[in-house]
Design a protein around this ligand. Sequence first.
Ligand code: AMP
Ligand code: MG
Length: 472
Amino acid sequence: MTLHIPFDNSYANLPPRFYTRQVAQSVSAPRLLVFNDRLAADLGIRTGDPEELAAVFSGNAVPEGAAPLAQVYAGHQFGGFSPQLGDGRALLLGEVVDVHGRRRDIQLKGSGQTPYSRMGDGRAWLGPVLREYLLSEAMNALGVPTTRALAAVLTGDRVYREAVLPGAVLTRVAASHIRVGTFQYFAARRDLEGLQALYEHTRARHYPAAQSPAQMLEAVIDAQARLVARWLSIGFIHGVMNTDNTSLSGETIDYGPAAYMDSYHPTTVYSSIDAHGRYAYDNQAHVIVWNMAQLATAMVPLMPDTDAAIAEFTAAINAMPARIAAERLAAFRPKLGLTGDDPEDAVLVDDLLALMQAGQADFTNTFRALARGNARDQVTDRAAYDAWHRRWQARLQAEDGAEARMMAANPAYIPRNHRVEAMIQAAVAGDMAPFERLLRVLSDPYTDQPGEEELTRPPLVHEVVAQTFCGT
Ligand code: AMP
Ligand code: MG
Protein backbone atom coordinates (compact mmCIF):
# COMPACT_ATOMS: atom_id res chain seq x y z
CA MET A 1 0.00 0.00 0.00
CA THR A 2 1.31 3.43 -0.87
CA LEU A 3 -1.69 5.17 0.69
CA HIS A 4 -0.90 6.23 4.22
CA ILE A 5 -3.31 7.93 6.62
CA PRO A 6 -1.65 9.03 9.87
CA PHE A 7 -4.48 7.94 12.16
CA ASP A 8 -4.51 9.19 15.71
CA ASN A 9 -7.83 8.04 17.14
CA SER A 10 -9.40 9.40 20.30
CA TYR A 11 -13.16 8.73 20.04
CA ALA A 12 -12.40 5.00 19.95
CA ASN A 13 -10.90 5.40 23.43
CA LEU A 14 -14.21 6.54 24.88
CA PRO A 15 -16.27 3.86 26.66
CA PRO A 16 -17.58 1.08 24.37
CA ARG A 17 -21.19 2.19 24.82
CA PHE A 18 -20.40 5.30 22.72
CA TYR A 19 -20.25 3.26 19.50
CA THR A 20 -20.22 -0.12 17.82
CA ARG A 21 -16.97 -1.24 16.27
CA GLN A 22 -17.39 -2.78 12.87
CA VAL A 23 -16.03 -2.71 9.35
CA ALA A 24 -17.86 -1.55 6.25
CA GLN A 25 -19.95 -3.94 4.20
CA SER A 26 -18.02 -4.71 1.05
CA VAL A 27 -19.05 -3.43 -2.36
CA SER A 28 -18.65 -5.21 -5.68
CA ALA A 29 -16.72 -2.90 -7.99
CA PRO A 30 -15.44 0.30 -6.38
CA ARG A 31 -14.36 3.05 -8.74
CA LEU A 32 -12.88 6.35 -7.62
CA LEU A 33 -14.85 9.31 -8.98
CA VAL A 34 -13.36 12.27 -7.18
CA PHE A 35 -10.52 12.72 -4.76
CA ASN A 36 -9.64 15.94 -2.96
CA ASP A 37 -5.85 16.06 -3.25
CA ARG A 38 -5.53 19.41 -1.52
CA LEU A 39 -7.56 18.31 1.45
CA ALA A 40 -5.63 15.02 1.59
CA ALA A 41 -2.36 16.98 1.73
CA ASP A 42 -3.83 19.11 4.52
CA LEU A 43 -4.66 15.96 6.44
CA GLY A 44 -1.13 14.64 6.03
CA ILE A 45 -2.34 11.76 3.87
CA ARG A 46 0.10 10.21 1.43
CA THR A 47 -2.17 9.16 -1.41
CA GLY A 48 -2.03 6.02 -3.46
CA ASP A 49 -3.18 4.93 -6.88
CA PRO A 50 -6.87 5.21 -7.82
CA GLU A 51 -7.56 1.52 -7.17
CA GLU A 52 -6.17 1.71 -3.70
CA LEU A 53 -8.12 4.89 -2.97
CA ALA A 54 -11.28 3.26 -4.33
CA ALA A 55 -10.75 0.21 -2.12
CA VAL A 56 -10.19 2.24 1.05
CA PHE A 57 -12.80 4.94 0.46
CA SER A 58 -15.50 2.44 -0.48
CA GLY A 59 -14.85 0.53 2.72
CA ASN A 60 -13.52 -2.59 0.99
CA ALA A 61 -10.07 -2.24 2.54
CA VAL A 62 -9.40 -1.08 6.09
CA PRO A 63 -6.37 1.22 6.09
CA GLU A 64 -3.67 0.66 8.68
CA GLY A 65 -4.39 2.49 11.90
CA ALA A 66 -8.13 2.83 11.26
CA ALA A 67 -10.53 1.80 14.04
CA PRO A 68 -13.87 1.81 12.19
CA LEU A 69 -16.94 2.40 14.33
CA ALA A 70 -20.54 3.57 14.12
CA GLN A 71 -21.32 6.34 16.60
CA VAL A 72 -24.51 6.27 18.61
CA TYR A 73 -26.57 9.42 19.22
CA ALA A 74 -30.14 10.55 19.76
CA GLY A 75 -31.96 13.60 18.47
CA HIS A 76 -35.04 15.68 17.96
CA GLN A 77 -36.25 15.18 14.41
CA PHE A 78 -38.76 17.87 13.42
CA GLY A 79 -39.35 18.42 17.12
CA GLY A 80 -39.99 14.80 18.09
CA PHE A 81 -37.41 13.05 20.24
CA SER A 82 -35.80 9.79 19.11
CA PRO A 83 -33.83 8.40 22.05
CA GLN A 84 -31.62 6.35 19.77
CA LEU A 85 -30.36 7.19 16.33
CA GLY A 86 -26.75 6.78 15.30
CA ASP A 87 -24.61 6.20 12.25
CA GLY A 88 -27.06 4.13 10.25
CA ARG A 89 -25.10 4.39 7.03
CA ALA A 90 -21.80 5.82 8.15
CA LEU A 91 -18.60 4.69 9.83
CA LEU A 92 -15.94 6.74 11.49
CA LEU A 93 -12.65 5.37 10.11
CA GLY A 94 -10.67 7.33 12.63
CA GLU A 95 -9.06 10.69 13.23
CA VAL A 96 -5.95 12.47 12.06
CA VAL A 97 -4.23 15.55 13.40
CA ASP A 98 -3.83 17.68 10.28
CA VAL A 99 -0.81 19.75 9.24
CA HIS A 100 -2.26 22.73 11.14
CA GLY A 101 -2.52 20.67 14.31
CA ARG A 102 -6.30 20.31 14.15
CA ARG A 103 -7.88 16.96 14.98
CA ARG A 104 -10.27 15.81 12.26
CA ASP A 105 -12.59 12.85 11.70
CA ILE A 106 -12.52 10.79 8.54
CA GLN A 107 -15.91 9.18 7.99
CA LEU A 108 -17.38 6.96 5.29
CA LYS A 109 -21.01 7.73 4.45
CA GLY A 110 -22.97 5.06 2.59
CA SER A 111 -20.79 2.23 3.90
CA GLY A 112 -23.55 -0.26 4.74
CA GLN A 113 -25.74 -1.31 7.63
CA THR A 114 -24.87 -0.86 11.28
CA PRO A 115 -26.82 -1.60 14.46
CA TYR A 116 -28.32 1.90 14.04
CA SER A 117 -29.69 1.43 10.51
CA ARG A 118 -33.25 0.78 11.67
CA MET A 119 -35.13 0.04 8.40
CA GLY A 120 -32.46 1.60 6.18
CA ASP A 121 -30.08 -0.20 3.85
CA GLY A 122 -27.04 1.71 5.07
CA ARG A 123 -26.30 2.85 1.57
CA ALA A 124 -26.22 6.09 -0.36
CA TRP A 125 -26.72 6.71 -4.04
CA LEU A 126 -24.62 8.83 -6.30
CA GLY A 127 -26.90 11.90 -6.26
CA PRO A 128 -26.69 12.82 -2.56
CA VAL A 129 -23.02 11.87 -2.47
CA LEU A 130 -22.09 14.33 -5.22
CA ARG A 131 -24.51 16.89 -3.81
CA GLU A 132 -22.84 16.81 -0.41
CA TYR A 133 -19.38 16.78 -2.00
CA LEU A 134 -20.14 19.88 -4.05
CA LEU A 135 -22.15 21.80 -1.47
CA SER A 136 -19.70 21.24 1.35
CA GLU A 137 -16.69 22.19 -0.77
CA ALA A 138 -18.55 25.28 -2.03
CA MET A 139 -19.43 26.21 1.57
CA ASN A 140 -15.78 25.97 2.52
CA ALA A 141 -14.76 28.18 -0.39
CA LEU A 142 -17.44 30.68 0.68
CA GLY A 143 -15.58 30.87 3.98
CA VAL A 144 -18.24 29.25 6.16
CA PRO A 145 -17.36 26.50 8.67
CA THR A 146 -18.31 23.12 7.25
CA THR A 147 -17.46 19.48 7.01
CA ARG A 148 -15.38 18.71 3.92
CA ALA A 149 -15.38 16.07 1.22
CA LEU A 150 -12.31 13.92 0.66
CA ALA A 151 -13.53 11.33 -1.83
CA ALA A 152 -16.49 9.98 -3.75
CA VAL A 153 -16.47 6.38 -4.93
CA LEU A 154 -18.97 4.48 -7.05
CA THR A 155 -19.65 1.11 -5.47
CA GLY A 156 -20.70 -0.83 -8.57
CA ASP A 157 -23.82 -1.90 -6.65
CA ARG A 158 -27.39 -0.80 -7.13
CA VAL A 159 -29.35 1.10 -4.53
CA TYR A 160 -33.12 0.86 -4.45
CA ARG A 161 -35.00 4.12 -3.87
CA GLU A 162 -37.92 5.43 -5.96
CA ALA A 163 -35.79 4.05 -8.76
CA VAL A 164 -32.80 1.73 -9.09
CA LEU A 165 -29.77 3.97 -8.71
CA PRO A 166 -25.99 3.71 -8.70
CA GLY A 167 -24.55 3.29 -5.18
CA ALA A 168 -21.75 5.53 -3.93
CA VAL A 169 -19.76 6.29 -0.79
CA LEU A 170 -18.73 9.77 0.35
CA THR A 171 -15.71 10.30 2.57
CA ARG A 172 -16.45 13.18 4.88
CA VAL A 173 -13.96 15.08 7.00
CA ALA A 174 -15.20 16.93 10.09
CA ALA A 175 -13.76 18.63 13.15
CA SER A 176 -15.79 15.91 14.86
CA HIS A 177 -19.12 14.19 14.47
CA ILE A 178 -20.27 15.10 17.96
CA ARG A 179 -23.83 16.38 17.72
CA VAL A 180 -26.32 17.97 20.08
CA GLY A 181 -27.97 14.56 19.77
CA THR A 182 -24.86 12.86 21.16
CA PHE A 183 -25.31 14.78 24.42
CA GLN A 184 -29.04 14.05 24.33
CA TYR A 185 -28.36 10.32 24.01
CA PHE A 186 -26.49 10.10 27.31
CA ALA A 187 -28.74 12.59 29.08
CA ALA A 188 -31.90 10.70 28.06
CA ARG A 189 -30.44 7.48 29.45
CA ARG A 190 -29.40 9.25 32.64
CA ASP A 191 -25.90 7.97 31.95
CA LEU A 192 -24.11 10.65 33.90
CA GLU A 193 -20.72 9.01 33.56
CA GLY A 194 -21.12 8.83 29.79
CA LEU A 195 -22.31 12.44 29.68
CA GLN A 196 -19.31 13.53 31.72
CA ALA A 197 -16.90 11.63 29.46
CA LEU A 198 -18.53 13.17 26.38
CA TYR A 199 -18.26 16.63 27.90
CA GLU A 200 -14.57 16.20 28.71
CA HIS A 201 -13.85 14.86 25.24
CA THR A 202 -15.74 17.68 23.53
CA ARG A 203 -14.22 20.37 25.71
CA ALA A 204 -10.67 19.15 25.13
CA ARG A 205 -11.29 18.80 21.44
CA HIS A 206 -13.23 21.95 20.54
CA TYR A 207 -13.30 24.37 23.45
CA PRO A 208 -10.16 23.89 25.53
CA ALA A 209 -10.50 27.43 26.89
CA ALA A 210 -13.84 26.59 28.51
CA GLN A 211 -13.44 25.88 32.21
CA SER A 212 -16.91 24.52 32.91
CA PRO A 213 -19.92 23.04 31.13
CA ALA A 214 -21.53 26.49 31.30
CA GLN A 215 -18.58 28.08 29.53
CA MET A 216 -18.59 25.37 26.90
CA LEU A 217 -22.31 25.87 26.32
CA GLU A 218 -21.68 29.59 25.83
CA ALA A 219 -18.95 28.80 23.32
CA VAL A 220 -21.19 26.41 21.36
CA ILE A 221 -23.97 29.02 21.35
CA ASP A 222 -21.49 31.56 19.99
CA ALA A 223 -20.28 29.23 17.28
CA GLN A 224 -23.81 28.30 16.22
CA ALA A 225 -25.01 31.91 16.24
CA ARG A 226 -22.13 32.82 13.95
CA LEU A 227 -22.73 29.83 11.72
CA VAL A 228 -26.44 30.44 11.17
CA ALA A 229 -25.77 34.15 10.58
CA ARG A 230 -23.32 33.21 7.84
CA TRP A 231 -25.91 30.87 6.29
CA LEU A 232 -28.44 33.70 6.22
CA SER A 233 -25.91 36.00 4.59
CA ILE A 234 -25.46 33.67 1.60
CA GLY A 235 -29.07 32.54 1.21
CA PHE A 236 -28.37 29.03 2.46
CA ILE A 237 -31.14 26.78 3.75
CA HIS A 238 -29.86 23.73 5.61
CA GLY A 239 -33.22 22.01 5.34
CA VAL A 240 -33.03 19.54 8.21
CA MET A 241 -31.76 21.27 11.33
CA ASN A 242 -32.62 18.37 13.60
CA THR A 243 -30.56 18.24 16.78
CA ASP A 244 -28.68 15.22 15.40
CA ASN A 245 -27.59 17.43 12.50
CA THR A 246 -26.31 20.23 14.72
CA SER A 247 -22.60 19.90 15.41
CA LEU A 248 -20.89 20.83 18.67
CA SER A 249 -17.94 22.16 16.67
CA GLY A 250 -20.09 24.76 14.88
CA GLU A 251 -19.55 23.32 11.42
CA THR A 252 -22.28 22.93 8.82
CA ILE A 253 -23.03 19.20 8.74
CA ASP A 254 -25.38 16.83 6.86
CA TYR A 255 -26.27 18.40 3.56
CA GLY A 256 -29.25 16.14 2.76
CA PRO A 257 -31.82 18.54 1.26
CA ALA A 258 -29.67 21.68 1.69
CA ALA A 259 -30.12 24.37 -0.95
CA TYR A 260 -29.44 28.00 -1.79
CA MET A 261 -32.25 30.40 -2.59
CA ASP A 262 -32.48 31.86 -6.03
CA SER A 263 -35.08 34.64 -5.67
CA TYR A 264 -35.31 36.02 -2.18
CA HIS A 265 -38.21 35.12 0.02
CA PRO A 266 -37.77 34.69 3.78
CA THR A 267 -40.06 31.69 4.10
CA THR A 268 -38.38 29.66 1.36
CA VAL A 269 -38.36 25.88 1.95
CA TYR A 270 -36.96 23.27 -0.44
CA SER A 271 -36.92 20.07 1.59
CA SER A 272 -39.67 17.68 0.53
CA ILE A 273 -40.16 16.47 4.11
CA ASP A 274 -40.39 19.94 5.70
CA ALA A 275 -44.14 20.29 5.20
CA HIS A 276 -44.62 23.04 7.80
CA GLY A 277 -41.57 25.14 7.05
CA ARG A 278 -39.94 24.39 10.38
CA TYR A 279 -36.55 24.81 8.72
CA ALA A 280 -37.46 27.63 6.32
CA TYR A 281 -34.77 30.21 5.54
CA ASP A 282 -35.78 32.75 8.18
CA ASN A 283 -36.77 30.14 10.77
CA GLN A 284 -33.18 28.94 10.98
CA ALA A 285 -32.39 31.78 13.36
CA HIS A 286 -35.17 30.58 15.70
CA VAL A 287 -34.61 26.86 15.36
CA ILE A 288 -30.96 27.11 16.32
CA VAL A 289 -32.05 28.67 19.63
CA TRP A 290 -34.43 25.76 20.16
CA ASN A 291 -31.60 23.32 19.36
CA MET A 292 -29.27 25.06 21.80
CA ALA A 293 -32.01 24.84 24.44
CA GLN A 294 -32.01 21.07 23.91
CA LEU A 295 -28.23 21.01 24.33
CA ALA A 296 -28.53 23.10 27.48
CA THR A 297 -31.17 20.72 28.83
CA ALA A 298 -28.91 17.75 28.16
CA MET A 299 -26.00 19.48 29.90
CA VAL A 300 -27.83 20.38 33.12
CA PRO A 301 -26.84 17.10 34.85
CA LEU A 302 -23.17 18.10 34.38
CA MET A 303 -23.68 20.97 36.80
CA PRO A 304 -23.40 20.59 40.57
CA ASP A 305 -26.51 22.65 41.40
CA THR A 306 -29.50 21.91 39.18
CA ASP A 307 -31.55 25.02 40.01
CA ALA A 308 -28.60 27.33 39.52
CA ALA A 309 -27.71 25.55 36.28
CA ILE A 310 -31.22 25.94 34.93
CA ALA A 311 -31.20 29.64 35.78
CA GLU A 312 -27.80 30.17 34.18
CA PHE A 313 -28.56 28.15 31.05
CA THR A 314 -31.96 29.79 30.62
CA ALA A 315 -30.29 33.19 30.65
CA ALA A 316 -27.78 32.01 28.02
CA ILE A 317 -30.58 30.74 25.77
CA ASN A 318 -32.63 33.89 26.26
CA ALA A 319 -29.64 35.98 25.24
CA MET A 320 -29.14 34.02 22.05
CA PRO A 321 -31.62 35.80 19.72
CA ALA A 322 -29.86 39.12 20.31
CA ARG A 323 -26.55 37.44 19.66
CA ILE A 324 -27.80 35.99 16.39
CA ALA A 325 -29.17 39.38 15.36
CA ALA A 326 -25.75 40.93 16.02
CA GLU A 327 -23.95 38.18 14.10
CA ARG A 328 -26.42 38.48 11.26
CA LEU A 329 -25.84 42.20 11.00
CA ALA A 330 -22.08 41.63 11.16
CA ALA A 331 -22.40 39.14 8.30
CA PHE A 332 -24.60 41.42 6.17
CA ARG A 333 -22.75 44.69 6.81
CA PRO A 334 -19.81 43.96 4.45
CA LYS A 335 -22.35 42.85 1.83
CA LEU A 336 -23.35 46.52 1.72
CA GLY A 337 -19.71 47.61 1.91
CA LEU A 338 -20.09 48.77 5.49
CA THR A 339 -17.90 48.51 8.56
CA GLY A 340 -18.39 49.66 12.12
CA ASP A 341 -21.24 48.84 14.45
CA ASP A 342 -24.03 51.32 13.75
CA PRO A 343 -27.22 49.46 14.78
CA GLU A 344 -29.14 51.55 12.18
CA ASP A 345 -27.43 49.43 9.52
CA ALA A 346 -29.95 46.68 10.29
CA VAL A 347 -32.71 48.90 8.89
CA LEU A 348 -30.74 49.40 5.70
CA VAL A 349 -30.25 45.65 5.33
CA ASP A 350 -33.85 44.79 6.08
CA ASP A 351 -35.23 47.48 3.77
CA LEU A 352 -33.15 46.15 0.91
CA LEU A 353 -34.33 42.61 1.64
CA ALA A 354 -37.94 43.83 1.64
CA LEU A 355 -37.41 45.39 -1.79
CA MET A 356 -35.85 42.17 -3.01
CA GLN A 357 -38.73 40.12 -1.64
CA ALA A 358 -41.35 42.33 -3.28
CA GLY A 359 -39.53 42.11 -6.59
CA GLN A 360 -38.53 38.43 -6.31
CA ALA A 361 -34.97 39.56 -6.86
CA ASP A 362 -32.23 36.98 -7.09
CA PHE A 363 -30.50 36.95 -3.68
CA THR A 364 -26.95 36.28 -4.88
CA ASN A 365 -27.03 38.46 -7.98
CA THR A 366 -28.62 41.46 -6.27
CA PHE A 367 -25.88 41.65 -3.64
CA ARG A 368 -23.18 41.06 -6.24
CA ALA A 369 -24.68 43.85 -8.36
CA LEU A 370 -24.47 46.35 -5.48
CA ALA A 371 -20.71 46.54 -5.91
CA ARG A 372 -21.12 47.19 -9.61
CA GLY A 373 -23.78 49.86 -9.15
CA ASN A 374 -26.44 47.99 -11.14
CA ALA A 375 -28.54 46.43 -8.40
CA ARG A 376 -31.43 48.65 -9.51
CA ASP A 377 -31.91 46.28 -12.48
CA GLN A 378 -32.62 43.43 -10.06
CA VAL A 379 -35.68 44.92 -8.35
CA THR A 380 -39.07 45.93 -9.67
CA ASP A 381 -39.95 48.98 -7.57
CA ARG A 382 -37.33 51.36 -8.97
CA ALA A 383 -38.58 54.42 -7.10
CA ALA A 384 -38.34 52.61 -3.78
CA TYR A 385 -34.92 51.32 -4.74
CA ASP A 386 -33.74 54.83 -5.60
CA ALA A 387 -34.87 56.08 -2.20
CA TRP A 388 -33.05 53.19 -0.51
CA HIS A 389 -30.00 53.82 -2.67
CA ARG A 390 -29.77 57.46 -1.54
CA ARG A 391 -29.80 56.40 2.12
CA TRP A 392 -27.22 53.72 1.42
CA GLN A 393 -24.94 56.15 -0.44
CA ALA A 394 -25.22 58.64 2.41
CA ARG A 395 -24.14 55.91 4.84
CA LEU A 396 -21.32 54.84 2.50
CA GLN A 397 -19.80 58.33 2.66
CA ALA A 398 -18.17 57.26 5.88
CA GLU A 399 -16.53 54.20 4.29
CA ASP A 400 -13.36 53.53 2.34
CA GLY A 401 -12.85 50.44 0.20
CA ALA A 402 -16.53 49.57 0.13
CA GLU A 403 -16.43 48.03 -3.33
CA ALA A 404 -13.65 45.58 -2.52
CA ARG A 405 -15.44 44.67 0.69
CA MET A 406 -18.64 43.92 -1.22
CA MET A 407 -16.82 41.84 -3.83
CA ALA A 408 -15.28 39.78 -1.03
CA ALA A 409 -18.59 39.31 0.81
CA ASN A 410 -21.02 38.80 -2.09
CA PRO A 411 -20.26 35.65 -4.07
CA ALA A 412 -20.75 35.59 -7.82
CA TYR A 413 -21.32 31.82 -7.74
CA ILE A 414 -23.39 29.59 -5.50
CA PRO A 415 -24.42 25.97 -6.16
CA ARG A 416 -27.75 26.77 -7.78
CA ASN A 417 -30.30 23.99 -7.44
CA HIS A 418 -30.98 23.62 -11.14
CA ARG A 419 -27.26 23.23 -11.83
CA VAL A 420 -26.87 20.71 -9.02
CA GLU A 421 -29.79 18.64 -10.31
CA ALA A 422 -28.49 18.73 -13.89
CA MET A 423 -25.04 17.74 -12.61
CA ILE A 424 -26.53 14.71 -10.82
CA GLN A 425 -28.43 13.59 -13.89
CA ALA A 426 -25.28 13.85 -15.99
CA ALA A 427 -23.24 11.92 -13.41
CA VAL A 428 -25.82 9.12 -13.27
CA ALA A 429 -25.47 8.91 -17.06
CA GLY A 430 -21.70 8.64 -16.62
CA ASP A 431 -20.74 12.23 -17.43
CA MET A 432 -18.74 13.85 -14.62
CA ALA A 433 -17.88 17.00 -16.61
CA PRO A 434 -20.69 19.15 -15.11
CA PHE A 435 -19.62 18.11 -11.60
CA GLU A 436 -16.01 18.99 -12.31
CA ARG A 437 -16.95 22.32 -13.80
CA LEU A 438 -19.14 23.28 -10.84
CA LEU A 439 -16.50 22.14 -8.38
CA ARG A 440 -13.83 24.23 -10.13
CA VAL A 441 -15.93 27.40 -10.41
CA LEU A 442 -17.34 27.11 -6.88
CA SER A 443 -13.87 26.72 -5.42
CA ASP A 444 -13.35 30.44 -6.15
CA PRO A 445 -16.83 31.91 -5.70
CA TYR A 446 -15.90 35.54 -5.11
CA THR A 447 -13.95 35.91 -8.37
CA ASP A 448 -15.62 36.57 -11.72
CA GLN A 449 -14.54 33.79 -14.02
CA PRO A 450 -14.60 34.70 -17.71
CA GLY A 451 -16.64 32.20 -19.69
CA GLU A 452 -18.60 31.03 -16.61
CA GLU A 453 -21.19 33.85 -16.53
CA GLU A 454 -23.81 31.23 -17.33
CA LEU A 455 -23.41 29.79 -13.83
CA THR A 456 -24.60 33.07 -12.34
CA ARG A 457 -27.90 32.86 -14.20
CA PRO A 458 -30.98 32.11 -12.09
CA PRO A 459 -33.13 29.22 -13.32
CA LEU A 460 -35.59 29.79 -16.12
CA VAL A 461 -39.19 28.96 -15.25
CA HIS A 462 -38.89 25.41 -16.54
CA GLU A 463 -35.57 24.91 -14.73
CA VAL A 464 -36.76 25.84 -11.24
CA VAL A 465 -36.18 23.06 -8.70
CA ALA A 466 -39.03 23.36 -6.23
CA GLN A 467 -38.07 20.48 -3.93
CA THR A 468 -34.95 18.80 -2.66
CA PHE A 469 -34.68 15.39 -0.98
CA CYS A 470 -32.78 13.93 1.94
CA GLY A 471 -31.46 11.19 -0.26
CA THR A 472 -31.73 8.56 2.45
P1 AMP B 1 -30.31 12.29 8.35
O1 AMP B 1 -31.63 12.99 8.47
O2 AMP B 1 -29.87 12.08 6.92
O3 AMP B 1 -29.27 12.93 9.16
O4 AMP B 1 -30.53 10.82 8.90
C1 AMP B 1 -31.14 10.57 10.13
C2 AMP B 1 -30.82 9.18 10.62
O5 AMP B 1 -31.22 8.20 9.65
C3 AMP B 1 -29.35 8.95 10.87
O6 AMP B 1 -29.23 8.21 12.04
C4 AMP B 1 -28.91 8.17 9.67
O7 AMP B 1 -27.79 7.36 9.95
C5 AMP B 1 -30.14 7.35 9.34
N1 AMP B 1 -30.19 6.98 7.92
C6 AMP B 1 -30.38 7.81 6.88
N2 AMP B 1 -30.35 7.14 5.72
C7 AMP B 1 -30.11 5.83 6.01
C8 AMP B 1 -29.96 4.63 5.25
N3 AMP B 1 -30.04 4.62 3.91
N4 AMP B 1 -29.71 3.49 5.92
C9 AMP B 1 -29.65 3.48 7.25
N5 AMP B 1 -29.78 4.56 8.02
C10 AMP B 1 -30.00 5.73 7.43
MG1 MG C 1 -27.85 13.30 10.08
